[in-house]
Unconditional design. Structure first.
Length: 178
């Protein structure tokens, strides 16, 4: 099975890929020898060791052969990337400028746009604040928004505060307010 992998890949390749393939084949050969030794000694500890070594070597051999195939594919891809592209692309001919640039003419200064005083400047459009999170404490449900505002669902209805500090100020008794 290992020889099929080497034949399927082709004859050309780097020395590293051939070394990896050779190492994979050696691991598979070791797996076969260990498996053969394990057959006679299987009831003993040494036979069990040979069987485990055979299974491990077989797995490592297959993985090593796969890495060798991967090395070859990466090398082939690298060669394709380095090869010049032979795709012909039709480019339109470059036309001469219709009028030559006069480098001796003085440069014009930029003109300022007239200011219209009767037009009010546009107010920035503010997006609606998005909900960051919801909390529940002291029997009240709170919704916290991205602009810092807080919405409280009280038994009297929903109230909106510009900030947590404003909310705390409204919840504090009149004697405790700063």
């Amino acid at each position: 099975m290992a020889s099929l992998s080497v034949v399927a890949i082709g004859a050309e390749g780097t020395a590293m890929s051939w070394l990896v393939f050779l190492f994979g084949l050696l691991l598979l050969a070791f797996a076969g020898v260990s498996a053969r030794g394990a057959l006679d000694l299987l009831p003993t500890e040494l036979g069990f060791f040979y069987a485990n070594a055979a299974a491990l070597a077989a797995c490592a051999g297959v993985i090593t052969l796969s890495i060798g195939a991967l090395i070859r594919r990466v090398d082939a891809l690298g060669k394709r990337m380095k090869a010049p592209q032979t795709t012909a692309v039709a480019t339109p001919p470059i036309e001469a400028a219709q009028s030559p640039i006069d480098v001796t003419a003085p440069a014009r200064e930029p003109q300022e746009e007239p200011v219209h005083e009767d037009v009010a400047p546009a107010e920035p459009v503010s997006a609606a604040p998005r909900l960051i999170g919801r909390r529940s404490a002291n029997g009240l449900d709170y919704a916290i928004y991205s602009d810092g505002s807080v919405e409280v669902n009280t038994p009297d209805g929903v109230r909106r505060y510009a900030s947590i500090a404003e909310l705390r100020g409204s919840l504090a008794p009149a004697g405790e307010a700063d």
